[in-house]
Design a protein. Sequence first.
Length: 220
Amino acid sequence: MTSVAEFVARLREIDCCAVSDALDSLGLKGVVSGLPQRSGAGRIAGQVITVKLGIGAPPGGPPRHLCTTAIENGGSDNVIVVEQRTGIEAGSWGGLLSLGAQVRGIAGVIVEGPARDIDQSIEMEFPVFARSLTALTARGRISEQATNVPVEIGDMVVLPGDYVIADRSAVIFVSPADISRVLAAAERIAAKEEEMAKHISAGQPIGTVMGGNYERLLDR
């Protein structure tokens, strides 16, 4: 049986466009656009730990600073995914959280909402993808409602344990039930594109190389 670490390692070797094409070929959804990379360089991939932020006191138990539970439970094969869709401008992630996540080896964070202290995250080269940026604190505005519950990112419902890949093209989520066949399709597509690139680099006319090949790229 393939392990989470093996799936994550394979996912890191391909880009979002190949994964998007694989989803198309399988009739699956998962692409979320408009979450630009605000810090760090290169793609990230991992298994998701989710955080849901909202308004008011957290339900039950002592309050904790937002996202700290996710960080303490994460590692190198994880990406933290935060939902903050309250409509309130308030930082859903910040510089100290980036430092804490980096110390744990966490691959990066994806925020459906505003992030702050982005200059600190840039300086430490920690990958942050966020819908927007702000200087406003979460203090007195929003709080953590739950960790590892379903969250809404773009038009996708993301579950704890889903897989994610993110680069400058998009953020893409894949369920554990689909990851094996999505990876196989994406790797096949990436290999075809690499072969086409070799022919173009060798001087073959791009129209000849791409002609029928591009339209049949998703064929098995």
